[in-house]
Design a protein around this ligand. Structure first.
Ligand code: NDP
Length: 407
């Protein structure tokens, strides 16, 4: 049912009030960024676009900056300044380029910043937006894994809200509305099982990047799709959930749910459970964060439960998905280990995509980095500030690179 192309309801008032929100989208050219713009495309009255950022896809960036009347278009790639400037000549859009410009994008005065850059590259600009007091619609799970405590403290200090965009975390967030936190017993995070759900451990030995980058249910960026196949994505999400909702590791369970229709479940102390169910469309979770606490009428496809017929659940095979045990190790150790975990995972993923290491070797590399760094840093109790987090990120990338070279 192609509902999205239809006009919005006449009485539409997305924000439920007359104020217009000023918004920036970090990672506007990616999968989440484009879905965010799609929502804006159908509700021009509720948002005023301040900045859009991208990296290499400057044609998309320029086109969107013009369409949405952005004040700034920012590419993180220095060398793309001139070509982007030419694409936007005469439009009045201010062009900036380079890593420093990207980080400064977080300083721009907005009400809401959508954090949708992939990887640790998204941490600093998102952090800066929180430090400026903006609300942060957070797709970039890597920020919470590497710097969860810092992000929460910064939001608290400057009055911004952390609004989850990841569908699992949006589901938990929605199920928690109006509930006392002490009544939460556990959360159950669902996982599709990714491209290799039905593959054996032996078959995974020879899995290729091309095979790993097809997802059974969701259409997402390349890196998160491969992370879904290895369940590193789920490992990141477990840590993200612990940080976002102040859970203990023992309160978080992962179940494979091949249909990916229940996005997550909260179990309460009275044995009741609240499951969030919805279509495979990130625009639902993105819009929930953008309009929070309002719930806009969205023209998304509605689920037909009778047609769906059944929902299945099964336990993940931890031998096939060692990333889940690595997440437990990270949560047990705490401190800077989240930053080390994410950086090692990103380095191993790059090496897998480049054909340097095999699919299962990714988790071996990450494990070696965690073991090595937990010994090296065990005695240190560095404060969890941005400087130490970025230093740990850099160190873990170096150690992971050396481990990859040994293979
Ligand atoms: P994509 O790969 O589709 O998009 C990534 C975006 O980040 C693009 O705008 C890209 O620019 C930009 N980018 C890439 N590298 C850099 C860099 N070094 N510096 C600055 N910008 C950079 O990713 P997704 O949209 O799939 O994912 C974005 C985030 O959202 C990830 O953290 C992911 O885990 C999370 N997420 C995604 C979901 C999804 O459905 N896609 C679901 C839940 C969470 P360009 O394209 O111009 O090169």
């Amino acid at each position: 049912m192609a509902l999205w192309g239809r006009p919005w309801p006449l009485a539409w008032s997305g924000l439920g009030c007359c104020d217009m929100k000023r918004i920036s989208i970090l990672g506007a050219t990616g999968s989440i960024g484009q879905s965010t713009l799609d929502i804006l495309r159908h509700d021009r009255d509720s948002f005023d676009v301040c900045a859009l950022t991208g990296a290499r896809n400057i044609h998309q960036l320029a086109q969107d900056a013009i369409e949405f009347g952005a004040s700034y278009a920012i590419t993180s790639v220095d060398d793309l300044y001139q070509p982007l400037k030419e694409l936007l000549a005469g439009t009045g859009v201010t062009v900036m380029a380079g890593r420093a410009a990207l980080v400064e994008a977080g300083d721009l005065p907005v009400d809401l910043c959508v954090s949708a850059i992939v990887g640790a590259a998204g941490l600093e600009p998102g952090y800066r937006a929180l430090a400026r007091g903006a609300d942060l619609a957070l797709a970039n799970k890597e920020s919470m894994v590497a710097a969860g405590q810092l992000m929460k403290q910064t939001a608290r200090k400057h009055g911004g809200q952390l609004l989850p965009v990841d569908s699992e975390h949006s589901a938990i967030f929605q199920a928690l509305q109006g509930e006392a936190r002490q009544s939460v017993e556990r959360v159950i995070i669902t996982a599709s099982g990714g491209a290799f759900r039905d593959w054996s451990l032996a078959q995974l030995q020879s899995a290729t990047p091309a095979q790993a980058q097809t997802h059974p249910n969701w259409d997402m960026g390349q890196r998160i799709t491969i992370d879904s196949a290895s369940m590193f994505n789920k490992a990141l999400e477990v840590i993200e959930a612990k940080e976002l909702f102040d859970l203990s590791p023992g309160q978080i369970e992962v179940v494979i749910h091949p249909q990916s229709l229940i996005h997550s479940i909260v179990g309460f102390c009275d044995a009741g459970m609240m499951a969030h169910i919805g279509p495979h469309d990130m625009r639902h979770a993105i819009a929930y964060a953008m309009y929070y606490p309002n719930r806009p009428a969205l023209p998304l496809a509605r689920l037909d439960l009778v047609k769906i017929g059944r929902l299945d659940f099964m336990e993940p095979d931890r031998a096939k998905y060692p990333a889940l045990d690595l997440a437990d190790q990270v949560m047990d150790q705490g401190g800077l280990m989240g930053a080390a975990f994410n950086a090692a995972k990103e380095t191993a993923l790059d090496a897998f995509i480049a054909g340097q290491i095999g699919f299962l070797t990714m988790s071996q590399v990450v494990k070696r980095v965690l073991d090595r760094l937990s010994i090296d840093t065990a005695a240190k109790s560095d404060p969890l500030d941005l400087e130490n987090i970025l230093a740990m990120d850099a160190l873990a990338r170096t150690v992971a690179g050396k481990e990859i070279d040994k293979i």
